[in-house]
Design a binder for this molecule. Structure first.
Ligand SMILES: [Zn+2]
Ligand SMILES: [Zn+2]
Length: 136
């Protein structure tokens, strides 16, 4: 578990529990987006009492703290991936549609849009889909 993740958790006054550590270590090790089901299956090996809702809750805490982000993939399933940005600057993510690897995409093509069709713009999010070097 890297220093940045620990700092991001501490910022929100969240404890670094063994379960949270295990989840983040799994993301580090796999280096790709994972579904809550995959994480739960892995956690149950060590934390036999661990329920699915608690896995889900922790994933959402990680999203809130900017440690993970939600990934859109084909099908209805939800996925999460580690955010490798520690600058706190506005950025987007690029996902490999083959293996699920996720990277930071720092350039933004909508830097200063203030309004669209009369809407006042508050923020935007975007996911770029691609095929990584290893999968090409
Ligand atoms: Zn790939
Ligand atoms: Zn942007």
């Amino acid at each position: 578990m890297n220093v940045e993740c620990i700092q991001k958790l501490r910022k929100g006054h969240f404890k670094i529990t063994p379960k949270r550590r295990a989840i983040l270590e799994l993301f580090d090790k796999k280096d790709k987006c994972l579904s809550p089901e995959i994480i739960w299956t892995h956690l149950k090996k060590t934390f036999k009492q661990s329920g699915f809702p608690s896995v889900y809750r922790n994933l959402e805490i990680f999203v809130k703290q900017g440690i993970l982000f939600r990934v859109e993939r084909q099908g209805r399933k939800r996925y999460y991936a580690l955010c490798h940005d520690h600058s706190g600057h506005h950025h987007h993510h690029i996902i490999c549609v083959e293996c699920g690897k996720a990277d930071v995409f720092p350039e933004c093509s909508f830097p200063d849009i203030k309004s669209v069709k009369g809407y006042k713009i508050l923020n935007h999010s975007m996911q770029i889909n691609g095929i990584c070097k290893d999968c090409q």
